[in-house]
Write a protein that binds this ligand. Structure first.
Ligand code: ISE
Length: 337
């Protein structure tokens, strides 16, 4: 196709800025050609020191810039759909941050639009699949060395939430990662979601009920639970314990260095997802670039984006009803089999 990806990064906020730094300093075979943000000053600040990059406030203009041949979408989820159509029409390889879109209907429209192009152009930003421990647990499950996987216990804790982070976003911005991880681990679709709201922290804002317990079931009956706690204050933690017939596997436990000093012992807690998943993001973006340069995209697909959007919809419904809500999916198109 080409020997270098010239990427337009749409959205220069927290995740966009992180990816811009990554693409311009650590990723091989790619460079930042354009940065788009509604806040042009923020786009300009993001391209400082990046030779040849332009700052714009229109995604359409960026994608029509002859210098661009790929797009990384890092705007809030509700803005993804229109940008995805523009990029699909251009035939550009796309890395779209999660969630693909905020609801199942719009995600399905994106699936249909990609299917109409006849090839995979979208990789969805579920970076946990590229984390070394996630990948290792995934292979242990597939190899079956500890017998069948029976249950998954997930903890997802954030120190705090940005302004405007609503109660629904606990599901479609945060637990969406566990929906994808559970599908990745089990290789199965999720069939139901239930949400339990217990005692809440006084730190929650924006109408959030925090923490929440999300109970999930897969097609073969694997049960998973998620503690989502987004105002946990102490730092960032994402971990999983997997229960097998013949053993228990834990990932995401705090790693060293372990220090004893001043009468205490312990290590450090990651302050946020950029630090916790830095290596995973690096591998994710490099995998996207390498695959795009070969002309064959892989990784989490638009189907995964759609299936997780359907889980999120059931999750938001379950927040309100307290009931076990079914996840109903359309038939998986051939392109994703
Ligand atoms: C954020 O958007 C992420 O993707 C993080 O991985 C997640 O931990 C956080 O809850 C989300 O808000």
């Amino acid at each position: 196709m080409t020997d270098i990806l010239r990427v337009a990064v749409i959205g220069a906020g927290r995740m966009g800025a992180d990816h811009i730094k990554r693409l311009s300093t650590r990723t091989h075979g790619a460079e930042v050609a354009a940065v788009v943000d509604v806040d042009l000053a923020r786009a300009r600040a993001a391209i400082e020191g990046i030779a040849g990059a332009v700052a714009l406030d229109s995604a359409e203009e960026a994608l029509n810039n002859g210098d661009v041949n790929a797009v990384l979408i890092a705007t809030p989820g509700f803005l993804h759909e229109d940008i995805l159509y523009l990029a699909l029409a251009k035939g550009f390889p796309i890395l779209c941050e999660k969630p693909l879109t905020p609801d199942a209907e719009s995600a399905w429209r994106v699936v249909e639009a990609e299917v109409a192009t006849g090839r995979r152009l979208i990789q969805v930003g579920f970076m946990r699949r590229f984390d070394a421990e996630y990948a290792a647990l995934g292979s242990m499950i597939r190899r079956g060395e500890l017998g069948d996987l029976l249950m998954l216990h997930h903890q997802h804790r954030n120190p705090t939430t940005p302004p405007g982070f609503t109660n629904e976003m606990l599901i479609h911005d945060s637990v969406v990662h566990e929906f994808d991880a559970i599908r990745f681990f089990t290789g199965e679709e999720i069939t139901s979601v239930q949400v339990r709201l217990g005692k809440a922290t006084h730190r929650a804002s924006n109408g959030q009920h925090d923490p929440q317990q999300v109970l999930i079931e897969t097609a073969s009956g694997v049960l998973a639970d998620v503690e989502i706690y987004v105002n946990a204050n102490f730092g960032y933690e994402v971990s999983t314990q997997a229960t097998f017939e013949d053993g228990i596997v834990s990932i995401g436990a705090d790693a060293g260095p372990f220090v004893k000093a001043a009468g205490r012992w312990g290590g450090e807690v990651a302050p946020g997802f950029e630090a916790r998943f830095r290596a995973a993001y690096d591998v994710e973006v490099q995998a996207w670039v390498d695959a795009a340069l070969r002309g064959e995209l892989g990784g989490p697909s638009a189907w995964d984006g759609y299936a997780t959007a359907a889980c999120c919809e059931a999750g938001v419904e379950a927040q309100k009803s307290g009931l076990r809500e079914a996840v109903l999916l359309r038939e998986k198109p051939e392109l994703y089999r």
